[in-house]
Every structure is written in C-alpha cells, then in structure tokens.
Design a protein around this ligand. Structure first.
Ligand code: PLP
Length: 374
C-alpha cells in the first residue's frame, strides 16, 4: 500500500486478506474473554488486553501514519487516554517534560497530575522555537501543531533534531492535521498521538484516541499503560472508527479546500480580526506549515469585536452548530473563551469546517456576519 495515493490507502487501510464468504471489514467482536486453554498466550486472551476489532483499526491507522515503515499503533478510549498514556508511561518522578503553553485546554490538568507525581513540567509557546531553550535534561518534548485553538505551527523536523541531539523524546499531538495533513513519524517524532474523536472519525459521534510509535519498546510501554489503566475503546466504537477511515480523504479534502475559501472570504471582512489558517499564504504559520503539512486542516479561527457580537454571529448561523470539538462533517463553531481555559479574546471564534457545499456554507457565514454587525 505504500505506493498508493491517500484515497486508495484510506479505503483499504487495515483490511484483512480477502476470504471467501467473509465480509470486507469484519464486524465488531464483542468479547470480554476468548477461548484459551493451557499457557495463556495471545493474540487474543482477555478483552482489556486485545481485541480483533482493535487490531484491524490499529493496522489501518499505522498504514496512514507511516505507509513506508513498520510502526505500531495502540488505540484508546479517548484522545486524553492516548495523551496520558504517552506522558505517564514515559515520565518518572524526577524527570522533566516540556508541554506547550498554548495547546489543548486539558493540558493544564495533565500538568497538575504530572507535578503531583514529582515530574517537572516546563512550558513553551508552539511557534517561535522557544522549546529549544527548555530542552536541556528533559525526558520528553510534547508539541501540538497546529495548536488548538491558536493554530500556531512549529517546525517539527528542527525541534526533533535538537531534542534528539539532547537525548529528548518527541511526541506530536496530530489531532488537528490528521495523518493526511502531516505524518509526525516521518518528520522524526517518536510518538504520533491524536484524538480520533475529531477529524479521523469525523462524524461527531464517538470518542477515541491513538498513539503510533516506531520503537517497539516505547510502543510496549504505551500498550502496558492501556492494560494497567484499562482506557480501552469499545468494539463498536473501534469498528465505527475503522469504517469512518474509508472516507477520511474525501472528508479531509473537502474540509481543507472549503476552510481555505472560508479563510479567504473572512480576510475580506472588515469586522474580522486575528484571522488564522495555516494554509493561507499570509498566515504567520504558512512558511513552516507548507514545508511539513500536506493539508492544512479543517479549523479556521478569528476574532469578532466582543462577546456579544460573537454570540450574535453564532446564533445567526443556520448551517453551523454552536458546539465544541472539530473535524466533523457538520460544521461547528464556538466562542472559545466561554470555557475559560484558553488565552483568547472574548470574541474569539474557533470554526470547524464540515462537508457542506462551500457555496451554502460561505453564504451562511457572510449572512451571519452581516446580522451580527447590526
Ligand atoms: C489537540 C487535542 N488533543 C487532545 C484532545 C483530547 O481528545 P478527547 O476529547 O478525544 O479526549 C483534544 C480534544 O479536543 C484536542 O483538541
């Protein structure tokens, strides 16, 4: 599959060899335990450790994350389960880890947890290479690029090079880009981590996460963590995720091309400030993004005058749900400051572009901006 295009890979990823009278994608296997006599050796022993439905999904994600390489993926019950598995399987008391100070809003909770375990947490902004100043003696560098919700981008190759030279492991949260947008392992990272609740599964109906690594020892640590904590996905969720991957390229291509047109449209509106989209040539992230990303994501962010204007805009939208999360086929938007966790202005909107017809979506946004300004 390594020579195939993204669409071909997405529709075939992780499928077992054809077998007469068997379905193309085997259905979910609901099993707490498996028949097992004698010495308890896998592949399938107990449902907290392994499940054939996970195996198919894990192979599919591995093919998307690193089509040219042998890598291993572990799926989790949510993105946060995957994030925690990397940080907590790697860091020990006395270690230091570097986290972004502008990343996903649950990271401060993770920071508290790490510090409670005696792990030093250093922080750095996503853009501008500030990570290089705090790498010395660290165990792990965690980067999120593009960052959520600010959409800053860091140069993964440059940071990996510096981190590896200093003996520091690198994990990339690839949620926003998906493996069709960028492949962190190809850029040199040790872990590619994602919330598959977002663009990977793309229908806003399941929570899921994954970790992919090249090094079998690191992968074994992550797998062991899943077994210890029990943060396992249900077979139905895993099967739905695999089914959803077959449309990943169709969804992501539509979302990214509409997101660019939306950003171009918003750039012409005088009431819009602080517009960010890494695929917009005028965006500060663009020069780095264009070197390491193959698609620029479904999220556009911008700032309206104040909280009231932003709320009026969200209420006026008819084709866009006022809801959190991103990456789904139905567009969503939210006033991000309502959560209180991100350093953003009151009028900051995080807009996730869905698979609607671009003409309809743009008309809806322009009309809602007009109404919000009245
Ligand atoms: C960048 C990023 N990482 C991790 C997560 C956590 O994922 P989940 O909500 O699936 O636990 C999110 C959720 O929004 C996210 O945006």
């Amino acid at each position: 599959m390594s020579a195939m295009g993204d669409g071909t890979r997405a529709v075939r990823a992780g499928l077992p060899e054809p077998e007469q009278y068997e379905p193309t994608l085997p259905g979910p296997v609901f099993a707490a335990h498996f028949h097992l006599s004698g010495v308890p050796v896998g592949p399938y022993t107990y449902g907290r450790e392994t499940n054939p439905t996970w195996t198919h999904l894990e192979r599919a994600i591995s093919e998307l994350e690193a089509p040219e390489e042998q890598v291993e993926t572990t799926v989790f019950a949510s993105g946060m389960a995957a994030v925690s598995a990397v940080l907590l399987s790697v860091a020990r008391a006395g270690d230091a880890v570097v986290l972004p100070d502008d990343g996903y809003q649950a990271l401060p909770l993770v920071r508290e947890q790490l510090e409670a375990y005696g792990i030093e947490v250093r922080t750095a902004a996503t853009g501008g290479d500030a990570q290089l100043e705090v790498l010395d003696g660290a165990k792990l560098l965690w980067i999120e690029t593009p960052s959520n919700p600010g959409l800053d981008v860091c140069d993964v190759r440059r940071l990996v090079e510096a981190a590896h030279a200093a003996g520091v492991l690198v994990a990339v949260d690839n949620t926003l880009a998906t493996p069709l947008g960028q492949r962190p392992l190809e850029l040199g990272a040790d872990f590619s981590v994602a919330s598959d609740t977002k663009g990977m599964t793309g229908h806003g109906d399941i929570l899921l996460g994954h970790v992919t690594c090249r090094d079998p020892l690191l992968s074994a640590g992550v797998r062991r963590w899943r077994k210890v904590v029990g943060a396992i996905p249900g077979p139905m969720e895993a099967w739905l995720a695999h089914r959803s991957l077959s449309t990943l390229q169709l969804r992501v291509d539509r979302q990214c091309s509409t997101a660019l047109v939306l950003a171009e449209t918003l750039a012409k509106r005088t009431e819009v400030a602080g517009l960010r989209y890494p695929g917009l040539p005028e965006d500060p992230s663009y020069p780095t993004a264009v070197r390491q990303m193959r698609r620029f994501g479904s999220v556009v962010s911008f700032v309206l005058a104040d909280k009231e204007t932003a709320e009026r805009f969200l209420t006026a939208l008819r084709l866009v749900d006022d809801a959190t999360s991103f990456g789904g086929v139905r567009s969503t938007a939210e006033r991000r400051a309502r959560w209180g966790g991100d350093a953003v202005p009151e009028g900051f909107i995080r807009f996730s572009v869905g698979a609607e017809d671009p003409v309809d979506l743009l008309a809806d946004v322009e009309r809602a901006l007009d109404e919000a300004g009245r």
